[in-house]
Design a protein around this ligand. Sequence first.
Ligand code: GLU
Length: 435
Amino acid sequence: MQSQGQQMLETAQTLILKTSKRLNVSDEVISKLLNPNHIHTVDIPVIMDDGRTEIFRGYRVQHNNVLGPYKGGIRFHPQVSQEEVQALATLMSIKTSVAGIPLGGGKGGVVVDPRKLSRLELEHLSRAYVDKLFMHIGEDTDIPAPDVNTTPEIMAWMTDEYVQHMKSETETPNPSHKQLSEWAAAFTGKPVHLGGSLGRTEATGRGGVIALVALLAKLGRSKESLTIAVQGFGNVGYYFSKLASEQGYKVVAVSDSKTGIMLKDQAELDVVATLQCKTEKGALGECFCESGACRIDGGKTLMNDELLTLPVDVLVPAALENVINIENMKDIRAKIIVEMANGPITEDAYEYLISQGVIIIPDVLANAGGVVVSYLEWLQGTKNERWSEQEVNDKLHEIMTAAFERIWNQSVKRNIPLKEAAFEVAIERIVNEMH
Ligand code: GLU
């Protein structure tokens, strides 16, 4: 039986192989696209609150840097494996290429359940990760960012650790503001007061809504009576839901890692109140119930998997990989899927859903908003500039819309689904740059 990570890696590699063959790419180049340039594996010692030292396994996979420095998040999750990180790094190379930005692809991960660590232990782990990988990171070489369970605060600890190393390495105890800004550009997704970009936190969700709006315009579908269900209520799922509701779309169900919630008769959810309630009560399941005993009345709780099979128009998996698979693919009723998580649909399920006429906005396009604003943060850092939120959002809109347009046109021209079109556009761009 294949692990989740192996399955995801195989899915990504199969798509690259098939696309490259279709494009008549040489075997030598195909091998470069399939295999990462470097896989760094480290054992990270962390002093725990009780004085013990615990060792955590960490990875940084640098997949491809033909278009620019390696770029991609670091995830903290118990299910992290080398294969998973490699698959995610591979998808990053495709994603940056799809977005048309001058960055390559990489990804990091630590095998840890961050909910079991104290704040101090989390800080130690974040700093120790950088200690171990410091020599491979840099604003011109490899630029990490947040991913599942990693936050702007974690980026702040990592950046500070990196800057301390740079100070001693370059013997510059009192660097200029400009120098500090450049060093800090080695990480994105930082808090705004530490050189982060306005709009970065919302960017992935915002980009997904831009892609959905662009698709609906092409299909000539109005937003009237269109229903959306979102799996995952972390940064990506929350902002997707919030921004979609603000633009007049009807979000009828959301879920976190434990439960889903919806109102009777597919009524519209108040996304902001739902987050407030989750923050207060600790779990979405506590917020809704049939009787008046709960905070928000008239609700219904769902098993997490149940959300995926609701009779909605648009399904948005915004949590983890492989959630739509051979087990549940026949029960999916949405006709549009926006892949806000990385790799949420397995290969079998993908083939099946496409054969049923389901339109899928692929992860490498749908969730590219995060890395696009990371790119804008990196630009601001290296130039020592600060842009307004409006400026950042306008640029994000411009880059996402242009990317959507390129992929849509390729899909129409070649009569292929959006995912294949995205891989074609991405691989063509990388291959052209190699010559
Ligand atoms: N972790 C995000 C992703 O999977 C963002 C990466 C970045 O900003 O570098 O796209």
